[in-house]
Design a binder for this molecule. Structure first.
Ligand SMILES: [Zn+2]
Ligand SMILES: [Zn+2]
Length: 453
C-alpha cells in the first residue's frame, strides 16, 4: 500500500509534539480540561476540521470531523491529568513542579496528541484519494474516575462510527486484546445520632458502626460472588476525630466490578442489601449516591488483527543515547525491575492465542458498546514504570515517549486506511460487534446520573 499519507505526521511533528507539551504543561483533572481540550480544538480547526463541542453536557467533550459520509472512523483522544501528581520533567528523582498541582501520570497528553496525529494523516489520505469517508477525533475528557465517555455515549455520538481506535501509553507495544470489567462507584451515607460516648452511649446511634457493619457484611459476601466480581471500598468520612462522640454521620465509597453490565447490576443489588442490613442493626438511616460507571469492554478480533498488521508494517521507535542515559536513571527508581529487563520496549508483542482475563475497567467500554473498537498499548515508558506515579510524569516529555506518540499516530492512521481500502473488514467488524452486543446498549450508568462537573 502507498503509505505516503503518513509523511504528514513527519511534516507536522514539531506542532504535534508542541500540542502534547501544552497539555502536559497544563495538567487538568476530570472535566476541568479547558486548556487541554481548547488546545486540541484550536489545532484541529486550524487544520480544517469542524468541531462540535459540549457533548453530553460536558464543556470539555468534543467531536472533531473531517470529510463526509462513510466509512466513519474515530480516534479516541484523552487529555485529563491525575490529581496532585505534579512532577518536573526529565529528572529521575521525585520533585514537584512548582508551576502546577496535578500531573500527566497516565500519559493522556500523548494519548490526545497521538489521536490528532492519526487524524491528520487520514485527512491527507482522504484528500489524496478522493474517497468518501469521515475521520473524527473523539475528544473524551474525564477518563480518570469520571467515566466521561459514558456520558458522551448516551447522546449517541459514537453510534455512527464504523470503527473507533485509540492508543494508550504503557510499558509495552501490543494490540489490546483483553476485555475489561464493567464498574461503578456508589457512595453510601449513613446518619445516626450524636451522643456522649461515655455518659450517654444508649442515646447515640453510630453511623460509623453502620459503615463498619456494612463493610463486614460485604467482606462475608465476597465468598459467594462470581470469581470475576470485584468489590473495593474507602471510608471517605469516618464521622470525625473524637472517640468520645457517637458519630452521627459517616460515608463509605464503594466500587464494584463485574464481567458485564447485567452482572454488575446484580452485584450492586447485593451490596446494597449489606447497607440495608447495617442500617437496621444500628438503627441508622442511609442514602446512596451513584457517582460514575463504565461498561465492560467489547473486543473485536478483526480490528485487532487489522491494527496488528498496521503496527507491524511501521518500524517501532528506537531510543537514542540521551533516552538510554535517562532510562538508566529512571530504572534505578523502579522497584520491580529485573536485572535483564530492557530499558525501553522495542518489540511488538504478537497477538496471543489465548486471551487472558483483565480485572481493570475503562470508560472506553462505553464506546465499544456503540461501535467496533480497538486499542493499542503504546510502549513509551521504561518497563516497570508505575502507570500512575511520578516516574510517568517525569517521562512525559522524553524523546522516546514523543517518538512513540508519533509512531502511534502513524500506526492508527495506517490501520484506518486499511479499513477505508478494505470495507469488507468493516462489515466483518460490524457482524462481530452485533453478535457480541445484540445491538443493544444498556449502559452501566443510570440515565439520571449527571457528570460531577
Ligand atoms: Zn490512568
Ligand atoms: Zn489512562
Amino acid at each position: 500500500m502507498n503509505m505516503e499519507f503518513l509523511s504528514t505526521i513527519d511534516t507536522k511533528q514539531d506542532e504535534i509534539i508542541k500540542l502534547a507539551d501544552t497539555i502536559w504543561e497544563n495538567p487538568e483533572i476530570a472535566f476541568k480540561e479547558y486548556k487541554s481540550s481548547g488546545a486540541i480544538i484550536s489545532f484541529l480547526k486550524a487544520n480544517g476540521f469542524t468541531v462540535e463541542e459540549n457533548i453530553g453536557g460536558i464543556p470539555t467533550a468534543f467531536i472533531a470531523s473531517y470529510g463526509s459520509g462513510h466509512p466513519e472512523i474515530g480516534f479516541i483522544a484523552e487529555f485529563d491529568a491525575i490529581a496532585n501528581l505534579s512532577q518536573v520533567a526529565q529528572v529521575a528523582v521525585q520533585q514537584k513542579d512548582p508551576s502546577c498541582v496535578h500531573g500527566h501520570a497516565c500519559g493522556h497528553h500523548l494519548y490526545g496528541a497521538g489521536a490528532v496525529a492519526a487524524a491528520l494523516a487520514v485527512q491527507t489520505y482522504l484528500k489524496a484519494s478522493g474517497k468518501a469517508g469521515t475521520v473524527k477525533v473523539l475528544g473524551c475528557p474525564g477518563e480518570e474516575g469520571g467515566s466521561g465517555k459514558a456520558y458522551m455515549a448516551r447522546t449517541g455520538v459514537f453510534r455512527s462510527l464504523d470503527a473507533a481506535m485509540g492508543g494508550h501509553p504503557e510499558c509495552m507495544w501490543a494490540v489490546r486484546t483483553r476485555p475489561s470489567l464493567a464498574c461503578c462507584n456508589i457512595l453510601y451515607k449513613f446518619d445516626g445520632r450524636a451522643s456522649h460516648a461515655g455518659a450517654k452511649p444508649h442515646l447515640g446511634r453510630s453511623a460509623l458502626d453502620a459503615v463498619e457493619l456494612m463493610n463486614v457484611a460485604v467482606n462475608f459476601l465476597r465468598e459467594h460472588i462470581p470469581y470475576d466480581n470485584r468489590v473495593h471500598y474507602a471510608i471517605t468520612d469516618a464521622g470525625g476525630t473524637a472517640p468520645n462522640v457517637v458519630q452521627p454521620h459517616a460515608e463509605v465509597m464503594y466500587m464494584m466490578r463485574a464481567k458485564d453490565n447485567a452482572d454488575l447490576n446484580s452485584l450492586c443489588k447485593r451490596v446494597h442489601k449489606c447497607a440495608e442490613g447495617a442500617a437496621i442493626a444500628t438503627e441508622t438511616t442511609f442514602s446512596s449516591e451513584f457517582h460514575a460507571a463504565s461498561s465492560n469492554l467489547i473486543t473485536i478480533s478483526v480490528l485487532q488483527k487489522n491494527l496488528y498488521k498496521a503496527m507491524a508494517a511501521i518500524p517501532l521507535p528506537q531510543p537514542d543515547e540521551a533516552d538510554i542515559a535517562f532510562a538508566r536513571e529512571i530504572a534505578k527508581t523502579i522497584v520491580d525491575r529485573k536485572e535483564d529487563d530492557p530499558l525501553y520496549p522495542t518489540e511488538l508483542l504478537p497477538l496471543p492465542d489465548v486471551i487472558s482475563p483483565h480485572f481493570g475497567s475503562t470508560d472506553t467500554g462505553d464506546v465499544s458498546w456503540n461501535c467496533p473498537t480497538v486499542q493499542m498499548h503504546v510502549g513509551c515508558w521504561v518497563p516497570g514504570t508505575p502507570n500512575h506515579g511520578w516516574q510517568t510524569v517525569a517521562q512525559g516529555k522524553n524523546g522516546f515517549a514523543r517518538r512513540a506518540m508519533l509512531y502511534t499516530g502513524k500506526a492508527l492512521a495506517l490501520a484506518a486506511v486499511q479499513l477505508f481500502e478494505n470495507p469488507e473488514l468493516l462489515a466483518e467488524a460490524k457482524k462481530e460487534h452485533l453478535a457480541k452486543t445484540d445491538g443493544v446498549y444498556e449502559p452501566a450508568m443510570p440515565a439520571d446520573v449527571m457528570p460531577h462537573l
